[in-house]
Design a protein around this ligand. Structure first.
Ligand code: GDP
Ligand code: GDP
Length: 440
């Protein structure tokens, strides 16, 4: 399950034995004078990770001090924590107390760090003045490279330490989809004869936007700019919708290729479904590929005018059953022919895009995860109980979460976490992919 593609924000784990000043250093980096969280042995703090930044570079800072451990003996417990930290982090900030020198507990961590390939930056802490610098230099003997003298308490040397830390971080990956500016890219998709071209004509007929009037846009010749409810959208592959000629052979195949490429180019898909007919396999296939492609989704039940009261109630039930897996989608009941509820389309698209671009701070996310894990822990499997150590939102558009865990999670539990994420944070109209990075 675990992948190693870089996150948008790299993860830095702060490790070291108790009392070396990890929490103080974390607070220093976060530029907070907030109270240091008390270490309660065996109790997991509800917040262990934080959004941090230095010189404009963002990263996630993980304070491992509170992680519960099953190992016996102080050194073994600390080593186990360090191992967890290393398996989940992109870089490690190893904190030692320069005024005390290295103890067995430090050595236990050093062994784990040496075996790992992760970059390590050594913070020789409690160097409150010039005089103590010599003690910091003694930390070269750890064999982990240059020790950076700091005073977490007073801030001395913390800038240099953070510079060194940034150097050690992996390159920032380019931002993914979205946030390109210009009109939002919308695809009208659905199987033949559900009313896509009727809907397009209705939308484009109302107010056609001249491409040249919209600054800074390059619109594919197959696309059209259309005004929906006062907002200009770029409708993807309208040429494909307008073209009524059917390819002589392999029509289905080419149609599905076109659909897939439209989905991939879009930010939000409007899935048109014929409400006067039962939901088909083909409808469900297209819906699945929208979810898998991570696009925002509005389901438009078209031809609503063909349904009477009784039929609608029946449809509601059938729709609920067949499309249950997509109950997160924004939904409108329309008639492309009469224009009924066409005005509901724009708000539904906006709602879906809003959910799609939501960002949850690491602090909020971990407070949520802490509560969730406390009230609904993962079931024990083969005598082991996988724990969620912390999580981070790796990207938006769609909101994707990475959970760092002590073992693989059941699929059912991942679905449960997703459902609770939706309950707490919304995410209407957007898939919410979750990646589990289990310590191997
Ligand atoms: P942790 O257990 O590693 O998280 O350590 P804490 O951050 O709780 O700090 C342990 C103790 O060391 C506290 O009393 C801090 O005030 C103190 N401390 C932390 N950093 C420094 C420092 O730079 N200089 C001095 N003199 N004391 C420090
Ligand atoms: P496309 O293949 O998805 O582009 O579907 P079309 O837009 O060509 O529509 C297929 C047929 O359904 C046409 O005969 C349309 O007139 C009809 N149609 C489309 N939308 C509606 C609607 O809302 N109500 C009714 N009654 N018929 C519709």
């Amino acid at each position: 399950m675990s992948e190693t593609q870089p996150l948008t924000k790299p993860v830095v784990a702060v490790v070291g034995r108790p009392n070396v000043g990890k929490s103080t250093l974390v607070n220093r980096i976060l530029q907070r004078r907030a109270a240091v969280v008390q270490d309660v042995p065996g109790v997991t703090r509800d917040r262990v990770s934080y959004d941090a930044d230095w010189n404009g570079r963002e990263f996630v800072l993980v304070d491992t001090g509170g992680w519960a451990s099953d190992a016996d003996g102080m050194a073994a417990r600390i080593a186990e924590q360090a191992e967890l930290a290393i398996s989940t982090a992109d870089a490690v900030l190893f904190v030692v107390d320069a005024t005390v020198g290295t103890l067995d507990e430090d050595e236990a961590v050093v062994q784990v760090l040496r075996r790992s390939r992760k970059p390590v930056v050594v913070a020789a802490n409690k160097v409150d003045d010039q005089r103590a610098e010599a003690e910091a230099a003694a930390m070269w003997n750890l064999g982990l490279g240059q020790p950076w003298p700091v005073s977490a308490l007073h801030g001395r040397g913390s800038g240099d330490l953070l510079d060194a830390l940034l150097e050690a971080l992996p390159e920032a990956p380019p931002e993914g989809d979205g946030e390109l500016g210009g009109p939002r890219r919308i695809a009208l998709v659905g199987k033949p004869n559900v009313g896509k071209s009727s809907l397009l004509n209705k939308l484009a007929g109302q107010q056609r936007v001249v491409v040249d009037n919209v600054a800074g846009t390059t619109v594919d010749p197959v696309d059209e700019l259309v005004d929906i409810g006062g907002t200009t959208y770029q409708l993807i592959d309208t040429a494909g919708i307008r073209r009524r000629v059917k390819e002589a052979s392999g029509h289905e195949y080419y149609a599905s290729l076109r659909t897939q490429s439209a989905i991939e180019r879009a930010e939000c898909c409007v899935m048109v479904i014929d409400a006067s007919e039962p939901i088909s396999e083909q409808d469900l296939r297209i819906l699945s590929s929208i979810e898998e492609s991570g696009r925002a989704l509005v389901i438009a039940y078209n031809k609503w005018d063909l349904t009477d009261e009784e039929r609608r109630r029946y449809l509601e039930r059938e729709i609920e059953r067949d499309v249950q897996a997509f109950s997160w989608a924004s939904r409108v009941n329309i008639s492309a022919l009469s224009g009924r509820h066409i005005d509901k389309l724009a708000p539904a698209i906006e709602e879906a895009l809003e959910g799609w671009e939501t960002r949850i701070s690491t602090g909020r996310l971990n407070a949520f995860l802490g509560r969730l894990v406390a009230s609904h822990p993962h079931p024990v499997r083969g005598g082991k109980q996988p724990r969620i150590l912390f999580g981070t939102q790796a990207q938006s558009g769609p909101p994707k979460f990475v959970l760092f865990t002590s073992g693989d999670l059941d699929h059912g539990y991942v679905r449960f976490v997703r459902r609770r994420l939706r309950e707490d944070f919304g995410f209407a109209g957007t898939p919410v992919p979750i990646e589990v990075r289990a310590r191997q």
